[in-house]
Design a protein around this ligand. Structure first.
Ligand SMILES: [Zn+2]
Length: 152
């Protein structure tokens, strides 16, 4: 691909929202559109009956997940989603099959709600178990990250 698909994170968020809100409408990057709809379907399977915003945020965020060691992930903070920190650490505890995110620990002690940092990691963990989707995902991940140019 010669040019990058998005000029800002806002544009990428709008694209993801469009793909999820209108599952059958054609989009400019059809293979990315297909991938995003698959990621949404994964998110829906893991966390059914959440709000549209939960799915949009989780899917957008999963493009900004890095696994730094077994069960330990870093999710990029996005100001567009109200994040105050540049990164959030998410941990997965396989024995309890539970996630914890740093954002749940701040200010008022531990909060049990599922945040969209966790939503993103849950999608990511499913994606890497499937070679076909994983290959397409990492290809687009690189392009999306390159094109939105988040500050360091
Ligand atoms: Zn969080």
């Amino acid at each position: 691909m010669s040019s990058l698909p998005f000029s800002s994170i806002r544009e990428f968020i709008r694209f993801v929202e469009h793909c999820i809100r209108h599952p059958y409408r054609p989009v400019s990057y059809s293979s990315l559109g297909k991938l995003i709809r698959e990621l949404y379907s994964i998110a829906y399977t893991v966390f059914p009956d959440r709000s549209l915003s939960f799915y949009v945020r989780s899917v957008v965020r999963c493009f900004f997940v890095d696994e730094i060691s077994e069960g330990h992930y870093i999710v990029r903070g996005l100001r567009e989603f109200g994040d105050h920190y540049p990164t959030y650490h998410v941990f997965y505890f396989p024995r309890e099959r539970r996630y914890r995110c740093e954002c749940q620990l701040r200010l008022y002690g531990y909060v049990r709600r599922i945040c969209t940092h966790i939503g993103a990691v849950a999608i990511y963990r499913r994606v890497i178990q499937d070679v076909d989707i994983a290959n397409r995902f990492f290809k687009w991940c690189e392009l999306v990250r390159k094109s939105v140019q988040l500050p360091c």
